[in-house]
Write a protein that binds this ligand. Sequence first.
Ligand code: DGL
Length: 268
Amino acid sequence: MPPSAYKAIGILDSGVGGLTVFKELSRLLPHEKIIYFGDTARMPYGPRPDEEVRRFALQIIEFLQSQEVKIVVVACNTATAAGLSCYRQSSDIPVLGVIEPGVRAALEQTARGRIGVIGTAGTIRSSSYEKALRRARPDLQIITRACPLFVLLVENDLVESPEAEKVALEYLAPFKRAGIDTLILGCTHYPLMAGLIQKTVGPAVTLVNSAAEIAREVEGILTEQQLHNPLQCVNPGYRFFVSGSPHTFEEVASKMLRRRIRAYQVLL
Ligand code: DGL
């Protein structure tokens, strides 16, 4: 077993969205250390140009590597769409994105081949989901829409507000009209408002959250490369870093993970 097996799993996102991936990973791989980075000072990534998002993601990957990680999960669709192959080229450890796992999960779920995709402006502009879905099944009917305000609602803990309901109704109306059977939550923030999204599109639509699929992919790589942490610790150690003020992140994260989360600010 390589000595790097003792190292942690690194996760990055622009904010709290990647915690949906953290949650699945810590459930599936309870003996693994995890280091999480939320780029809250520069969030949201969605409206930013690809080149900028790529630069931010590369900086964070460098930081995570300085913290001794053995694998990096880019738990952000916008950053995945902006340059996964570039992160892979510049790194000597495995780097995973979230789009391919989401596509696989949607293909398994869809019954009638009518798929909706929601994501940030950057992700939707990239057409990454659409291209990957069509490559696998050219007969699919796909409709996509950017829902930028969802990220701000989640980051500001406003998911249960009347404003959130209004925004969801407006964003999701075209999907209801199109009669989709599956909706890909193409932004890691969106599973944090899955209840409202489900209520808005109705019970006949299956929501796809790629977090569980990503966790399985990480497990597969750790097995293949013999990188599972040999120490079977009950509390392997989780560390959370943010680029902005830790306060709101700590609040949202503690609520979501149902335990007190402390985050430390790092200036990149
Ligand atoms: N959670 C991220 C994503 O999956 C980024 C959201 C944002 O910062 O706009 O795209």
